[in-house]
Design a protein around this ligand. Sequence first.
Ligand SMILES: C[S@@+](CC[C@H](N)C(=O)[O-])C[C@H]1O[C@@H](n2cnc3c(N)ncnc32)[C@H](O)[C@@H]1O
Length: 268
Amino acid sequence: MKEILSDALFSKFADFFYSKTGIKLKDYKKYLIVNRLSKFIGSDKKYLTFKDFYDALVSTDDPDFINSFVNAITTNFSFFFRERVHFDFLRYFFSKFDFKNNYARIWSAACSTGEETYSAAISVLQTVDNLANYDFKILGTDISTRVLSGAERGSYNVEKLDSNVDKRLLKTYFDKVNNNYIVKDFVKEFIDFRYLNLMKSYPFTREFDIVFLRNVLIYFDPGEKEYIINRIYPYVKKGGYLILGLSETLLGIKHNFKTLKYSIYKKE
Ligand SMILES: C[S@@+](CC[C@H](N)C(=O)[O-])C[C@H]1O[C@@H](n2cnc3c(N)ncnc32)[C@H](O)[C@@H]1O
């Protein structure tokens, strides 16, 4: 039987999650906390009740323990070439890019298990001959350490990819090993994955041509959205782009980007 979580304790978990991620868990997300924390709670687990777990969480200085909580609560759904129009845009952008005189950087700013990051790399590889000769890098970041280790492995279930990714792409950019497709090393070479909390400091020395910030802003309130967007702005090159998820918008948010179609925003 599932432990009951009181509204008061739910609020405390929600406040703690907010302090770590900037995401406010609305009341209707109580079921999510109960479901996702139930793996920690019970007579056969380390913590008998939600209260025991909460007390341990707020008194720990072990970042791995805090990460295990954040990892359990974040929503990480993603898939290859999600919202394809954005990868068409990426191909178009790089078909005109002057690599001889410029470096190029892409940031996948809530990369989850890496599908978005690898889809971006494959799209650019499809577009630019001899990409390895140029100064080109993709950075994938996320707040969940669990998804980042999956992203680094770059190993994805065969059935999922067979139903979604073109056969020729699978052959060119993946090795099939048992029931998985593993991204080939020559694709991985362009990519670094790193932990980054969008609400905290951004340790960048170079600006990005394209920032993917897709399907993550939906979890933030307008105040936090505005904060994140305006923090990202200085790290986008003049003439570069910010790309949100297709169901997301900056309507009602104060920002300096120019709004284009398909949730694409330009820094002019
Ligand atoms: C639904 S996934 C989106 C994945 C991918 N961008 C896509 O569109 O398919 C949202 C990701 O945002 C991450 N996330 C949530 N809060 C974050 C924060 N404060 N900083 C960085 N990443 C965060 C979650 O861990 C999760 O992996």
